[in-house]
Design a protein around this ligand. Structure first.
Ligand code: GDP
Length: 442
């Protein structure tokens, strides 16, 4: 989980303050010591930690807190505001050129996730109604061009390539011209990386920059490398100049040091974060929402946005009607399950629910395998069985268990749960009807 240790520690520390009716300077000093340690343990840049704690302490020992009736809450509010500020205050979007195409260069070290992110970003922009073109400019890493072609086809975005025998500068130039000719309004150039920063790489990137004059240079860095990622960002920014940062592999980063330091050190905003290997695992970065997540206040807005992308409004209406008229079947159940899964891993969704990401729910291990079993069971049912589960007798249960690689007990359990859910739905709709009639409940 992102910021796992940090979230736990900060929440613990701040919880202690929340419980107190009055705060002394000592209470605040003690809390700030703990905050400082927690940030350092999360691998946040030392100077960033020092400045952060200083500001929070100054504000937390002022009248804003001491004259408040809820001083603990005020400190949490201050920490939340300062964390948000640290990560950039507001969401930083891509600037599109007024005269298309908008040219975006993706740069970064090898293995940071540049090619994958190029595909993710192309897919993201396509969903926003753009007509992107991917340009394969990484001629050095074996198979990089092929990899870009694969991700391009997965997100249904064309890929421009000239093979690996032509200079990246010429490829970039030809790519942009191709984009103009074919009506692409965004051209994304995947550039070559190196294992380490070297001058040849920087010179090549500078040449591309001068030639194609990109609207945006986005630096892709691997958040799991912590402070190294921050150093890389500083270096690229000094040498080449970057407009924004895409932080990848946040899903595997339990500490979060890069996410918390990179903006403060480079003054360049994090524009997107990568949260997994799949091509839809890219999210715009919202400093305020991330701060709320760290403090266990949840991130309901991101959850709603995810749901809006995954759920179809018309279908939702149909479903509501089915529930009301008692026609909810296993088919609908399966569809629901698949929609929820398309929103991403359940553990990531839980983090966005206020309180759910924190300690309270730590023991609630969501078994994603169980969901796979449920899907397999429903898929092994015939259409008739899915529509009318009452016909599923003993021998049918055995057949379904065999077909889905589960046990009869698992099949029994699912059917029972389904019955109970249906009953519950009926109770809800009855309740609603009674309420509408102005009746009372027993
Ligand atoms: P490049 O050399 O910078 O082009 O890196 P690639 O795009 O080939 O990515 C390197 C590896 O990182 C691949 O295995 C990707 O699947 C993986 N990767 C990229 N972004 C993410 C991410 O956000 N989360 C995770 N878990 N893996 C990622």
């Amino acid at each position: 989980m992102i910021f796992e240790g940090l979230a736990d520690k900060l929440q613990n520390t701040l919880q202690k303050l929340k419980g107190k009716g009055k705060l002394t300077e000592n209470d605040v000093a003690e809390a700030m010591r703990e905050v400082k340690l927690a940030l350092l343990e999360a691998d946040v840049n030392f100077k960033v930690v020092k400045d952060f704690v200083k500001i929070v302490k100054e504000r937390a020992t002022g009248s804003e807190v001491f004259e408040s009736l809820t001083p603990g809450q005020q400190v949490i509010k201050i920490v939340n505001e300062e964390l948000t500020e640290l990560m950039g205050t507001t969401q930083s979007k891509i600037t599109f050129s007024s005269k298309p195409p908008t040219v975006i260069m993706l740069v970064g070290l090898q293995g940071a996730g540049k090619t994958t992110t190029s595909g993710k970003l192309a897919g993201y922009l396509k969903k926003q109604g753009k007509r992107p073109l991917l340009v394969a400019g990484d001629i050095y890493r074996p198979a990089a061009i092929k990899q870009l072609e694969v991700v391009g086809s997965q997100v249904d975005v064309p890929v421009f390539t000239l093979g690996d025998q032509i200079s990246p500068v010429d490829i970039a130039k030809a790519g942009v011209e191709h984009g103009i000719k074919h009506g692409n309004d965004v051209v994304l150039i995947d550039t070559a990386g190196r294992l380490h920063i070297d001058d040849t790489l920087m010179d090549e990137l500078k040449d591309i920059k001068t030639t194609v004059k990109p609207q945006e240079i986005l630096l892709v860095v691997d958040s799991m490398t912590g402070q190294d990622a921050v150093n890389v960002a500083e270096h690229f920014d000094t040498k080449l100049g970057v407009d924004g940062i895409i932080l990848t592999k946040l899903d595997g980063d339990t500490r979060g040091g890069a996410a918390l330091s990179v903006r403060a050190v480079t003054r360049k905003p994090i524009k997107f974060v990568g949260l997994g290997e799949k091509l839809n695992d890219l999210e715009p970065f919202h400093p305020d929402r991330m701060a709320s997540r760290i403090l266990g206040m949840g991130d309901v807005l991101s959850l709603i946005e995810k749901a809006q992308v995954s759920f179809d409004e018309k279908k939702a209406k149909e479903l509501e009607n089915k529930i009301k008229t008692q026609q909810f079947t296993f088919e609908d159940f399966l569809e629901q399950l698949q929609q929820v899964q398309s929103m991403g891993p359940i553990s990531q969704l839980l983090e966005m629910i206020p309180g759910a990401g924190g300690k309270q729910m730590k023991n609630l291990e969501v078994d994603e395998k169980e969901l796979v079993h449920i899907q397999a069971i429903i898929q092994s049912m015939t259409t008739g069985e899915r529509k009318t589960p009452t016909i599923i007798n003993g021998s049918r249960r055995k057949r379904i268990a065999k077909g889905s690689g589960t046990s009869v007990a698992q099949v029994n359990r699912l059917i029972k749960q389904f019955d109970q859910t249906k009953k519950m739905m009926k109770q809800f709709t009855d309740m609603e009807k009674t309420m509408k009639k102005g009746g009372k409940f027993k």
